[in-house]
Design a protein around this ligand. Structure first.
Ligand code: TGC
Ligand code: FAD
Length: 389
């Protein structure tokens, strides 16, 4: 009998509109044509042509695609999720570029910015001519962003920022950094253009995960900004955390793309590989692995689509996103590791995408709220007792 794709086994396409399938197919085709042929090399070299990629992704219309107006495409959340899935099927680093640009930097401006800030930055960012980054994490404040030390002090009508942000995706290639800092009236967001005196970046080297992504430290030493550099609509931690909801939803879908790519690779490999005079795919132990992985992938996809529909109908909550982020990343990582076993020694080389996805997913498990943080968000929702501190 003809083999079925794991998603076809679940009938996933029956849950998508024609427009959603079109968007998915367009992103997939672009990924296969322009990204996949280079990705292993970018990963190995630890370098990506970020600016060129931003232009291509802008042309594709995926930067800030779920936002309305200001040059953004204004698609549904489900379509955005499917685009994230297809990009992460190539590499988590590429999805990260898009998440940070659209869901973190652009969303912060779109949601909390003044009309002038939106007009100045969003159309250029949607087109990929400007790159943005999002500086929340600090060397000593990751899971607990409320412990941030970066300060914003008023001097006359200006603001003066001092502090260090760490692990910032797109940091050194960004034209504008959204920097969260503690002001007298709580946490505030600031737009810091690249080249502002006192603002420097240092790339983080020697990563063995997310190598096809720029990760930087941002250093702010007496960075003087005009009054209108502050995002007027955000005050308190709910500002940055509101942006994280957007990016986390993208990851709910995206991580499953990495898992799908691993599973497709493992199924094809098992069909080709002969062991003990038979195709590896014909052994019951292999089929059990493939069946279990397909189940988790399909279940994850059903949850992701459900969350997407809730987002589109205005019924998503942070706790619901935590369910999805925890599940998708945890299961994707497990699938990537299991697929690696199917490939044997070949599973440890960059000739196949599996070890690259597995390594990337270690970062995806940690950023945008670690597995532990999302577990505690769910625990808190279930019991009414926050156990973070
Ligand atoms: P807590 O006291 O619970 O809340 C403080 C204020 O924030 C509000 N809030 C939220 N608002 C919107 N969305 C959410 N998800 C929110 N969660 C909380 C809350 O209502 C409150 O508002 P208000 O008005 O009463 O002040 O905060 P807490 O200090 O106890 O922390 C809660 C916790 C641990 C869940 C939160 O701090 C957290 O999520 N920590 C994880 C940090 C994180 O995810 N950092 C990610 C940095 S960006 C990144 O990683 C990019 S990776 C690249 C890529 O995406 O590809
Ligand atoms: P910590 O908070 O120090 O946590 C260490 C361990 O302790 C984790 O296992 C954690 O789950 C656990 N832990 C923490 N609190 C608790 C608790 N209450 N109970 C039990 N266990 C707990 N940040 C940005 O702002 N912008 C970016 O663009 C960005 N990009 C990133 C890109 C990459 C490749 C990576 C790896 C990180 C990026 N981050 C970014 C940072 C990321 O969000 C943080 O790494 C993450 O929030 C965790 O913080 P931490 O690394 O300081 O770990």
């Amino acid at each position: 009998t003809r083999p079925l794709h794991p998603f076809d086994l679940f009938g996933i396409d029956t849950l998508l509109s024609e427009e959603e399938r079109d968007i998915r197919d367009t992103v997939r085709a672009m990924g296969d044509r322009e990204l996949r042929p280079h990705i292993a090399e970018w990963f190995e070299q630890g370098a990506i042509p970020a600016r060129e990629l931003a232009h291509k992704l802008g042309e594709l219309g995926v930067l800030g695609m779920h936002l309305q107006g200001y040059g953004c495409t204004g698609t549904s959340a489900v379509s955005y999720g499917l685009a994230c899935l297809e990009l992460e099927a190539v590499d988590s680093g590429l999805r990260s570029l898009v998440s940070v640009q659209g869901s973190l930097a652009m969303y912060a401006i779109w949601k909390y910015g003044s009309e002038e800030q939106k007009r100045q930055w969003l159309p250029e960012m949607a087109a990929g001519r400007f790159i943005g980054c999002f500086g929340l994490t600090e060397p000593d404040a990751g899971s607990d962003p409320g412990a941030m030390r970066t300060q914003a002090k008023r001097q006359g009508s200006d603001w003066v920022l001092n502090g260090t942000k760490m692990w910032i995706t797109n940091g050194s290639v960004a034209d504008v950094a959204v920097v969260w800092a503690r002001a007298d009236d709580g946490v505030r967001g600031f737009l810091v253009p690249a080249g502002t005196p006192g603002f420097t970046t240092n790339d983080i080297k020697h990563k063995v995960s997310l190598r096809a992504s720029v990760t930087s430290e941002l250093v702010l030493e007496d960075v003087r900004l005009p009054a209108d550099a502050m995002l007027p609509g955000a005050r308190g931690l709910s500002g940055p955390l509101g942006c994280l909801n957007e990016a986390r939803f993208g990851i709910v879908c995206g991580a499953l793309g990495a898992a799908r790519d691993c599973l497709e690779t493992a199924i094809a490999y098992a069909a080709d590989r002969t062991v003990f005079n038979r195709p590896l795919a014909g052994f019951q132990l292999t089929q059990q692995k493939l069946a279990d992985m397909t189940l988790e992938l399909g279940k994850g996809m059903l949850l992701a689509l459900h969350l997407g529909r809730l987002k589109d109908s205005g019924q998503i909550t942070p706790e619901r996103i935590s369910l999805g982020k925890l599940n998708s990343v945890r299961e994707a990582l497990e699938i990537a590791r299991q697929c690696r076993t199917v490939l044997g020694a070949n599973g440890i080389t960059l000739e196949y995408p599996v070890i690259r996805h597995a390594n990337n997913l270690e970062s995806v498990l940690t950023y945008e709220g670690t597995g532990e943080v999302h577990t505690l968000v769910i625990g808190s929702a279930l019991t009414g007792v926050p156990a973070f501190r």
